[in-house]
Design a protein around this ligand. Sequence first.
Ligand code: ZN
Length: 215
Amino acid sequence: MNLILIAPPAAGKGTFASRLTKEFGLVSISAGELLRNIDPETELGKQVRQLQAKRELVPDELINGLIKERLSKDDIKNGFILDGYPRYMAQVDAVNETIKELGLTIDYAVLLNVDYETALKRTLGRVICPNCKRTYNKLTGVCKPINENMCDDCNIELTTRGDDNEESFKKGFETYQKITLPVAEYYKKKGMLIELNSNNDADYTFSEFKSKVGK
Ligand code: ZN
């Protein structure tokens, strides 16, 4: 099964992708991760590191090239997830081209739907243990620490991430609606879109997915 995973911020995309990896053996491919793990000795790697050093955006051609290279590897034969890619319509064209060239197919695009308010609460309530990196949420009631603001395992104070504020969340959510939702619409028109309700817990979302794909 080959999937494209589309989600707004704080929709539980990471959790969902790791469930797919564990239960279906799918390989998760994200553009961000490919960029972080790029081999700096390769030609592509050198170009990317240079751009990052200058704090410039990595152009689409490079990202598309990385995705294509990743999809050429043998370990994707059991299925893969394109996690958060394509992010906007120009990348959809690149995916279509790559898939065709490599003789692959996409079975479904999966959209995790979450309400603005729910996603905001998840973002603003997110706290992390600086020691073991375990994450908690003090607003949603899911993964609440036993003692307020302390890590259950390490018993040290939890901290927030600097960009977890309402302003940056709002900006991210609006950008998603403007540039990424059209990608979901595109796959919907092609009859490939599976829409899931991601306002509840991760188990609920995952079982809804399994029933929709008949697993
Ligand atoms: Zn900890």
